[in-house]
Design a protein around this ligand. Structure first.
Ligand code: SF4
Length: 504
């Protein structure tokens, strides 16, 4: 039985698998299948189906084609691989729509016509089983799934006692990916609060944590295979992890040459509660992770009315206190040029009971944060996507989205202009040297670069730098959500480390 995994990428409240991130789903599935499994991306399939498998050189005036940017080593043999495939496992699903600099996740409408003619068994898995939506402010995408022989989340939603072995065995799919990847590491799933009206995580998982040694073994295996960029990102709150401090220490001692170790979601309530232990988790993150690290706070709204109506976990006062704590311990600049560890804030439009006052409250708290000299690394604003089974779907649906939609551009723009822009000048002032920025795409005569990391800042550089190389860049200006810069050093260091390892 020959299996092929087709990665159309995933993005969930807890867990990212859109390049340059490599998500957990294809890795665990590869580890579970007791065979040499072929790993393909949606980019491989698009190149074959839409461009006859030919990678075109782009003209200096053109943008990089990010729909076919993330090819595997298998792209030239895709037809043969698919002809020899007995079962195609399609991993797909976006639950928190975002903008991706160098990838476009596949949708059901895109993928179904492209795989219809393949004469193999087809299984759809990943978050898409619960629905998928690339764009905020909409219901989940509806599609006729008859093309699939099976649509099943649970068959690949392994118990952690199985993940233990699969995660290590499945790390080998990195050998089929020629580019650098940020490895998304899972530490737990489910949410111990679990009531936010829009969220699908409680529908998918009960609260459970992986064993510390299992997580560590997986990281060590990826490290052995040459990976140097990691995010402990697949969990709903890093501070809730019972062994957070020990894990960070042990990763450091076992993988001394890690270039990036970051985290993702954090519940602000837990940051404040860490006071009982003299903020040991915050201090450990600052000490053992790399700079540029961000705790993504799912504040969603600073309007108490909305907080209550959607049973959100963080009242504004708690969010504010947690922001202050991280600033106290993490705002110093680190070796890569960025502050060591800062809060990020997520805001969602379209929740129940949203009104004009909601925006006023958001602005009031964000202005206070700015005026007090505190730093936020980024404010992520999106319109809610509505999924079946959530409390928002059952009560309210898109009522408030429809009601307030015409205000969203204005609300968002005010936050961008009045908070984000001056904040960026504070967090990444001119003259900052951002080390190891990776040149990802061209847009005309501009190259867009980013450091590897959790929500790294986009740096626009004039001219067309060689892509997929690293550069140290001096910041020369700030846009609303990105900075401009000029190259000061061209780097080869990381590439050499990565290549010399035994990737097979
Ligand atoms: S805190 Fe809310 S948004 Fe975050 S995982 Fe739990 S239920 Fe979902």
């Amino acid at each position: 039985m020959k299996h092929t995994i087709l990665d159309c990428y995933t993005d969930e409240p807890a867990g990212l698998g859109v390049p340059p991130y490599l998500g957990t789903y294809p890795r665990y599935i590869a580890g579970c299948l007791n065979e040499e499994v072929a790993y393909l991306t949606i980019d491989d399939l698009r190149l074959w189906k839409k461009h006859n498998g030919i990678v075109k050189d782009i003209k200096p005036s053109q943008k990089t084609d990010i729909t076919t940017y993330n090819l595997t080593i298998n792209y030239k043999n895709i037809q043969k691989i698919l002809e020899n495939t007995d079962t195609l496992i399609v991993v797909l699903g976006v639950h928190v729509p975002g903008k991706y600099l160098s990838a476009v996740p596949g949708t059901l409408h895109e993928i179904i016509p492209m795989i219809r003619d393949l004469r193999c068994r087809k299984i759809l898995t990943g978050p898409a089983v619960f629905g998928t939506q690339l764009f905020g402010g909409r219901f989940f995408e509806k599609a006729d799934l008859k093309v699939f022989d099976k649509v099943d989340y649970s068959m690949f939603n392994f118990k952690y006692s199985d993940v233990k072995g699969y995660a290590v065995k499945g790390a080998k799919i990195i050998r089929q990916i020629p580019d650098y990847r940020m490895i998304e590491i899972e530490t737990g799933h489910g949410c111990d609060i679990g009531k936010c009206s829009f969220c699908t995580e409680p529908l998918k998982n009960k609260v459970e944590f992986r064993e510390k040694d299992d997580v560590l073994k997986e990281i060590i295996e990826f490290y052995r295979l040459g990976c140097r960029f990691f995010r402990l990102g697949k969990q709903t709150c890093f501070y809730t992890l019972p062994y957070a401090v020990e894990l960070l220490k042990e990763i450091n001692s076992n993988c001394p040459d890690i270039k990036v170790l970051h985290i993702d979601n954090v519940n602000p309530v837990k940051v404040v509660m860490d006071k009982q232990k003299d903020f040991e988790i915050t201090k450990a993150i600052v000490k053992y992770c790399n700079s540029g690290n961000i705790a993504a706070f799912g504040v969603e709204s600073f309007d108490l009315e909305v907080v209550k109506a959607n049973t959100l976990n963080t009242p504004p006062q708690i969010a504010y206190e947690a922001i202050k704590i991280l600033n106290k311990y993490g705002s110093e600049s680190g070796s890569d040029g960025m502050p060591k560890f800062l809060p990020g804030v997520n805001i969602i439009f379209g929740l129940r009971n949203e009104s004009k006052k909601t925006h006023e409250e958001n602005m009031k708290w964000l202005t206070r944060i700015y005026d007090e000299g505190l730093m936020l690394r980024r404010i992520n604003i999106r319109q809610v996507a509505i999924f079946e089974g959530t409390s928002l779907f059952n009560e309210g649906k898109d009522k408030f989205l429809r009601k307030n939609k015409k205000m969203y551009w204005k609300w968002r723009n005010e936050i961008r202009q009045k908070i984000d822009w001056p904040m960026l000048k504070r967090v990444i002032p001119n003259g900052t040297i951002l080390t190891n920025c990776y040149a990802e795409i061209y847009d005309g005569n501009t190259t867009f670069c980013r450091q590897f990391g959790t929500y790294p800042i986009i740096v626009g550089v004039k001219g067309r730098l060689e892509l997929k190389k690293f550069y140290d860049i001096e910041v020369t200006g700030q846009m609303l959500r990105s900075v401009t810069g000029k190259v000061v050093v061209e780097k080869e260091v990381i590439r050499e480390v990565y290549k010399n390892e035994n990737r097979g």
